[in-house]
Structures are given as structure tokens and as C-alpha cells.
Design a protein around this ligand. Structure first.
Ligand code: PLP
Length: 456
């Protein structure tokens, strides 16, 4: 058997990978034609690939390494837990200390009375849990006909059948017959792309009021919940107009439906507060968490529910759970991650110092000839590319301009960014320093310049 290590030549690793590894969200042709990038090490905000190239990871992996790479304390927490109790489940009236400690810590960090966590291993699993959870909640309250969950187009809530149905990604729905029944979508609060000549705040109100129209159309007695990311992440970092969330909140309150804030990306400091629900004044009944919960060092997610929802659920046996719900090693790692984020003041510093500094640098990219808007909140931002700033037109879809810039020019200049259509997005580790912010902005500008010359 071949011994596969970091020290093998890149081409050999790529060939083995293409032969045996099926990748998420990757076109098979690209794997064979261009080969994959093999990441071998990481520290702080820096990734190293198998050719020794160093890159500033402006995406924190997949929006998750909030703490930055290379924190030994998390590795030690995992090793300690593996030696003491590597696995036990939380089914059938059983628990263990890491699950108790983590659920208590989450309750202390989340706002309002979001005091109870149902654990999963990912954001997708947690959102699948939410579908069953809200339907069970209403059935227990004597309203089993309340089954419908309303979401938005271009939302991302995960990749399983349930969570991808909650999401509003058309290419995902086209593969595998989604959405599943009783999930409906309204428009997204994406003023730049869809707002035309409207004032952004008017547009925000209009999009929020689509929720009320949808509830009336479907029948208020059938609607169980609304789900939304406070800022749509995978949809392209769409920061909604200020008018949007208060109106959504008003409508959810008026019809008495549950409000689910999907904080999988936004939570744990990403928007400058511990949770984006605080940044936008949202009062959710349920919050989906994952990613920054463990900074990606171990797979874990969860649904955090308010006292009233927990009381109702505790009135029955919720026949739902995963073998790894509250996995002790993931809980121990997440707990250590939260301890560090909290005790080292990383979330606070990110919100008060790094975010304003990054905002200045990021918004300056709007002056680049290819950029139509540059928006950021906390440490998640996006730029929209355009051939024509006034009209906010997008480049022709077949040009794939943003993808080209990210794949060719950003990587070549030591910067990992991601593209979503014609938007380029960032979500760096919260520990990024001001010097690294300068580096990020300089490299992004340089990549845009190279693309601009290519397009001329
Ligand atoms: N919800 C949101 C808002 C996400 O951005 C994601 C992943 O990017 C998910 C849910 C799914 O999380 P996971 O990939 O851990 O299943």
C-alpha cells in the first residue's frame, strides 16, 4: 500500500485524489484538468500548500476558523477528552460532562432566553433538526397542521435534503428533487442586485412584507416558522437594509410563528457581536449554530432554543437524534474554543478594533474600476464586480469574472477569497492583525488590477 504523506510530490497527491476522492461542490472535469490545491499546514491566518506556497486565508476555511489556525490548546483538549471518554451518546437519559459544560456555556453567551441546545454534528444536521423540532413543537401545542417553513431565495442552510430545501439555491434544488414539501421561499433582501431604482430601505421593507403576503396566501394556521440568515453568507454576503429585520420580526410576532435565525456563519463574533441577532435586534426562538462554535477544529452544530420551546419539547419524547449529538470530543474542543474567544477578548477586539479598521480598507475597494459596491459588517464582507458602476450591471455569466479573479489572481498573490456569482467575499479569522488586514486589502486590489488589465 502506498504511504501517502505531506511530502509526496503534488502531482502524485493530485492524481490519487482525482482517482479516489469525490469532492463537494467541485466539477469533476476541473479535478482532472487542473488538479486540486493540496493544503498541508496552517497557522494563524496563513495556509501552506504542498508546494510550500503561503496564502492568507481570507475565508477562515469555510467561514469557520474564527479563532485562527494552530491553537494547541484545542488539540490538547481533544487529546485529553479522547483519553478520558472518547465517545458516549446523549440518548436514553444519559449525558456526560463535556455536553453539560458546553450547553451551559452556550446558554451564557447567547442572548435572551436561548438557554437550551440540541446538538448535531453540522449546520445541515442542525437545520434538519429544526424542521422536525418546529413541527413537533406545534403538534405538541395542538396545532399539527402548522408544518410550513418559509425561507428566502438564495439562502443557504446546508446540504442535506431538509436543509437544502430550506435553502434557496436553485442549482441545489435542481439536483435531487428539492424543495421537500411544505417549504416555501420568498425574495431575498438583496438591494444591489434586485432593488433597481428603489430606495434601499423601501426595498428592504418590500422584501420583508413578502413574508406577510406569503403567510396570508398559504394560510396563517399552516405556517410554523420563518428561517433566515441575519446576513446571507454563501449567497454572497448580502447585508440587508436596516429596515428588513425589524419588519420580519413584526410579522413573525403578529402571526405568532417561530423565528429561526441561522447563525451558522454569523455567530461567534463574525458580525462584530457574539451573535448577529444582537447586531440586527432579532429575537429568535431558535438559533442554528455550527462553524465558529468549534472554530472548525471539530465537527459540531446545534439548535439553541428559547425557554418556551424547550418547555414544550420537554413535554414529549422528541424522537430525534444523531449518534454524534453532543460528541464528547467535539464538545470539549468547542468549549475550549469558546473559552479562548471569551477570555482573550477575541470577539470583543474583533468587533471594536479589527472590524472598523477592516471596514475602512475594504470599502476603499469600491474605488476600483471593476467594483460596483464594497460592503462589510464585522468581519464578513463582499465586493460586487461590474462592467458599469452606475447601472450595477453584472458581467455576463459565462465570463465568470469573479471566479477567474479568485482562482487565478488571488491565489497567485497569496490570498484565498471566494466568489459567489459576480461577488467576491471574505470572512477572515477574527484574530487577523491590522498588518494582515493591510496585506489582505493590498492583495485583493492587486488581483482586481490584474483582472482589469486582462479585460481591457
Ligand atoms: N447554515 C448556514 C448559514 C451556512 O452557511 C451553512 C454552511 O455554510 C450551513 C447552515 C450548513 O452547515 P454545514 O456545512 O456545517 O452542514
Amino acid at each position: 500500500m502506498t504511504m501517502i504523506t505531506n511530502h509526496m510530490p503534488t502531482a502524485e497527491l493530485q492524481a490519487l485524489d482525482a482517482a479516489h476522492h469525490l469532492h463537494p461542490f467541485t466539477h469533476g472535469h476541473d479535478l482532472n484538468k487542473k488538479g486540486v490545491r493540496v493544503i498541508t499546514r496552517a497557522n494563524g491566518v496563513t495556509l501552506t500548500d504542498s508546494d510550500g506556497n503561503e496564502m492568507l486565508d481570507a475565508m477562515a476555511g469555510l467561514w469557520c476558523v474564527n479563532l485562527g489556525y494552530g491553537r494547541d490548546e484545542l488539540a490538547e483538549a481533544a487529546a485529553r477528552q479522547m483519553k478520558e471518554l472518547p465517545y458516549y451518546n446523549t440518548f436514553f437519559q444519559t449525558t456526560h460532562v463535556p455536553a453539560i459544560a458546553l450547553s451551559e456555556k452556550i446558554a451564557s453567551l447567547t442572548p435572551y432566553d436561548l438557554n437550551h441546545t440540541f446538538f448535531a454534528s453540522s449546520g445541515s444536521e442542525a437545520n434538519d433538526t429544526n424542521i422536525r423540532l418546529v413541527r413537533t413543537y406545534w403538534a405538541e401545542k395542538g396545532q399539527p397542521e402548522r408544518k410550513i417553513i418559509i425561507s428566502r431565495m438564495n439562502a443557504y442552510h446546508g446540504s442535506s435534503m431538509g436543509s437544502a430545501s430550506l435553502g434557496g439555491m436553485v442549482p441545489m434544488h435542481e439536483q435531487g428533487d428539492m424543495p421537500i414539501e411544505n417549504i416555501h421561499h420568498i425574495g431575498q433582501p438583496h438591494w444591489y442586485a434586485e432593488g433597481g431604482d428603489m430606495d434601499p430601505e423601501e426595498f428592504g421593507l418590500m422584501r420583508a412584507r413578502e413574508l406577510e403576503e406569503k403567510i396570508e396566501e398559504l394560510g396563517p394556521e399552516k405556517v410554523a416558522a420563518f428561517i433566515g440568515e441575519p446576513i446571507q453568507g454563501a449567497g454572497g454576503v448580502i447585508i440587508p437594509p436596516k429596515s428588513y429585520w425589524p419588519e420580519i420580526q413584526r410579522i413573525c410576532d403578529k402571526y405568532g410563528i417561530l423565528l429561526i435565525a441561522d447563525e451558522v456563519i454569523c455567530g461567534f463574533g463574525r458580525t462584530g457581536d457574539w451573535f448577529a441577532s444582537e447586531s440586527f435586534g432579532i429575537k429568535p426562538h431558535i438559533m442554528t449554530i455550527a462553524k465558529g462554535l468549534s472554530s472548525g477544529y471539530a465537527p459540531i452544530g446545534g439548535s439553541v432554543v428559547c425557554d418556551e420551546v424547550a418547555d414544550v419539547l420537554n413535554g414529549c419524547e422528541f424522537s430525534h437524534g444523531y449518534t454524534y449529538s453532543g460528541h464528547p470530543v467535539s464538545c470539549a474542543v468547542a468549549l475550549e474554543n469558546l473559552r479562548i474567544l471569551d477570555e482573550e477578548g477575541i470577539v470583543e477586539r474583533a468587533g471594536k478594533e479589527t472590524a472598523p479598521y477592516l471596514k475602512g480598507k475594504w470599502e476603499a475597494l469600491a474605488d476600483h474600476p471593476l467594483v460596483g459596491e464594497a460592503k462589510i459588517q464585522g468581519l464578513m464582507g463582499s465586493i460586487a464586480l461590474t462592467p458599469h458602476k452606475e447601472s450595477r450591471a453584472a458581467f455576463a455569466a459565462d465570463k465568470g469574472t469573479a471566479g477567474l479573479i479568485c482562482r487565478e489572481h488571488c491565489f497567485a498573490n497569496g490570498l484565498v477569497m471566494r466568489h459567489v456569482g459576480d461577488r467576491m467575499v471574505i470572512s477572515p479569522p477574527l484574530v487577523i492583525t491590522k498588518d494582515e488586514v493591510d496585506m489582505l486589502a493590498d492583495r485583493a486590489w492587486k488581483a482586481l488590477d490584474l483582472a482589469h488589465k486582462q479585460l481591457e
